[in-house]
Each structure stands twice: as C-alpha cells, then as structure tokens.
Design a protein around this ligand. Structure first.
Ligand code: UD2
Length: 315
C-alpha cells in the first residue's frame, strides 16, 4: 500500500483520483481550501480519507500534509482562463506561489514523486496541430502563464534538488462533479446542466473553436501511471494528457442536443478574451513513456457525465 496526498481533493479531478485510489486499496490524504472545491464531492469517502481543510499557501500545513507521504498529486489551482484575466494576482498566488509551496514541502518531506496538473493552455494559439511537447510554449492568459511556470518549477525541483516530478498537461478535462455554477466553469459542465434544464447555453464566438475534451477517468489513469513509471521514462518531463481528437463547440452542442433531448438553439456571444481557437494533442509521448491510452472516448464520457448530472439532481 502506498500513501498519496492529493491537493485540491474536493475538486472534480482530485475527488475522482481519491475514489480510484481508495478502490485500489491505497491510503489517501487530501487538502483543499474549498475555494472552488466542494465538500459534497468527498462526502461519501470522507470517513476513508485524511481530509484537511487547508490552503496550499499555508507552508506549515503543507509540510504536515506531506509528512509520511509517498506520492503527491498536485491538483489544487484556480483553473480558469477568464478568471485569471480578471484577477492575475489571485491566479499567480494560487497557481504559482501555491505550487512552489507544495514543492518545498514535498522536497523537505522526501516524498517519492510529485505529479502536477499542468495545462494545455501553455501552448497558446499556435497554428500547428496537433500540439506536441517539443513545441515552444506561447501562453496567452495569466492562467496559462502561471500553469507553465508551475511546470518549469517541477522541472527545476528535479534538477536542483533531485525531487522526482512529472507534469501532465491536461487538455480540457471534464466529467461528473465538475462545478457548473460559476461563470468561470468549464464549458461542458455549463452546457450540460443548462440544457438539462431546457435553458439556452451561450457559445462565445462562432462555435468553430475546437478542443481535445478529455474525460476525467483518462486523467486519473495518467496520474497513477505517472507515479509508477520508471524514473528514466517519466521524471523531469512533461506529457500531454488528452484523447488525440478534437471537436468544435458547434459539434459538441449538437451531440449534447441528442443526449439531453434539448431542442433549442444556442445564443452566440462575443469571443472570450485570452481564448484559444484550436486545441488538439499529440499523445504519443505519454503512450510511449507512461503506457497511457485514453480509456474513455469523448462521446462515452459525455454520456456518462450527462447521466451523472441527471442522477445527482444537479441539472
Ligand atoms: C483551458 C485549458 C484547459 C484547462 C482549463 C482550465 C486550453 C485549450 N485549455 O480551457 O486545458 O486548463 O483552461 O480549467 O487552453 N465557452 C463558451 N461558453 C461558455 C463557456 C465557455 O462558448 O459558457 C467557450 C470558451 O470561450 C472556449 C471553450 O468554450 O472557447 C472552452 O472554454 P473552457 O472555459 O471550458 O476551457 P478552456 O478551453 O479555456
């Protein structure tokens, strides 16, 4: 049995990681300041985990949380492009200062490995598709810059202190429990919950922007593989975590119409500042070094997500 610390455990990705680790008989500790995470996401597993309501900016709490831990899965973040455009200082504090704290605490506690939730936004709006890890990053929003800085800190801590780190560049992760309620929520959580209530979603721009939307189970799998991959294959490196397929928002809307039986049309609004037009990953590096393979495709993931919102009454 290994022991894992999940930062951001009350978020939809953090809590999915926790549930999978518990299923595999592992020991789980988690911290969350509940700024964007929700207590209900971990309610059913609360008695099986060591949960601490703490902020990653609290270095003492982080040091205590890392004590005796094998692996740190660092998911805590303020994960939003538009929010970072409005509040770059807040984004930097949570996403950069917070990440450095996690690394210092992990280094001092001598954890085996830190896995970091990096972001596809690091690539920026480069016209070349698919995006592979050898491309020069060109982040646009403060969020993208902060997430890229976090990656570079991961690599720096490996080079300077020998702390094993792996950065996973998530491509638009979605799935059950993703918070739909904030204006900064991910597009799929918003669209699904609106359409289930027969309310009109708004597409920012012409809807021809595309994303490599990735179901959360694939991200969970990538994290667990990254923990156990041989150091020579994985450590000090950055990997895309995605499906290798992209869909436009217009196509996604049509698919959701079928799944949710929503018969209305979308509203088309202004394009969002800091937005990226197209995003598609080359996942061959993760396939080669982490033995990663997307387990759930986009359509299946959408169906499971809609199903969850319906059953949970969050629609
Ligand atoms: C970025 C990253 C993603 C992740 C995420 C933070 C890229 C390509 N992806 O996601 O990997 O780090 O930040 O969680 O940078 N939209 C609408 N209507 C809405 C809401 C959004 O049309 O009500 C559009 C939005 O303008 C964008 C697309 O949907 O073109 C996706 O937006 P998002 O906020 O779900 O995610 P995105 O791509 O900024």
């Amino acid at each position: 049995m290994s022991s894992y610390l999940i930062t951001g455990i009350a978020g939809f990705i953090g809590s999915a990681l926790a549930r999978e680790l518990l299923q595999r008989g592992e020991k789980v500790r988690g911290i969350d300041n509940l700024a964007t995470g929700k207590r209900e996401n971990i309610a059913e597993i609360l008695s099986h985990i060591d949960f601490r309501e703490k902020d990653i900016l609290d270095l003492d709490a982080m040091k205590q949380a890392c004590s005796g831990v094998d692996y740190v899965l660092h998911q805590a973040a303020i994960p939003s492009v538009p929010k970072s455009v409005l509040d770059p200082i807040g984004s930097n504090r949570a996403n950069v200062d917070g990440t450095v704290n996690v690394l210092v605490a992990a280094r001092d506690a001598k954890v085996k490995r830190v896995i970091y939730a990096a972001s596809s936004s690091a690539y920026g709006d480069t016209p070349t598709l698919p995006k592979d890890e050898r491309m020069t990053p060109d982040p646009i929003s403060p969020y993208a810059v902060a997430k890229l800085a976090g990656e570079r800190y991961m690599i720096s801590f490996y080079r300077c202190y020998g702390l094993e780190t792996v950065a996973l560049r998530y491509f638009n992760i979605f799935g059950p429990r993703q918070d739909p309620s904030s204006p900064y929520s991910g597009v799929l959580a918003k669209f699904i919950t609106l359409m289930l209530k027969s309310q009109q979603p708004t597409i920012f721009g012409d809807g021809e922007q595309s994303r490599d939307f990735t179901y959360v189970d694939n991200a969970v799998e990538a994290n667990l593989l990254a923990c156990k991959a041989p150091a020579a294959e994985a450590v000090g490196k950055v990997f895309n975590v995605a499906t290798g397929r992209r869909v436009t928002l217009n196509e996604t809307f049509k698919l959701l119409q079928q799944i949710t039986s929503y018969s209305g049309v979308p509203i088309y609004g202004q394009e969002r500042a800091g937005d990226i037009k197209h995003s598609l990953a080359d996942i061959s590096l993760a396939e080669k070094h982490l033995a990663y393979k997307p387990k759930v495709n986009f359509e299946e993931g959408l169906r499971q997500t809609v199903d969850w919102y319906q059953k949970s009454g969050m629609d």
